[in-house]
Design a protein around this ligand. Structure first.
Ligand SMILES: [Zn+2]
Length: 63
């Protein structure tokens, strides 16, 4: 067990790394709405705000 094994990242490095990790999770991936009549860009795993469909099912009241 050498002392180098206990060497830690600096506080700023840890905070920078966690900030990047958080940012990567928060970025929404955009997919195209599967509804052929709509085809709007929609965040992944989200019901389409325009036509209200998610995976071929009506989950929101359509406008
Ligand atoms: Zn749609």
């Amino acid at each position: 067990m050498s002392s180098s094994m206990f060497r830690r990242k600096s506080r700023s490095n840890v905070r920078h790394h966690r900030a990047q990790w958080r940012r990567a999770i928060a970025v929404p991936r955009l997919v195209t709405c599967p509804n052929p009549a709509c085809s709007e860009p929609v965040p992944a795993h989200t019901a389409c705000p325009s036509c209200g469909q998610y995976r071929g099912r009506q989950v929101l009241p359509p406008r």
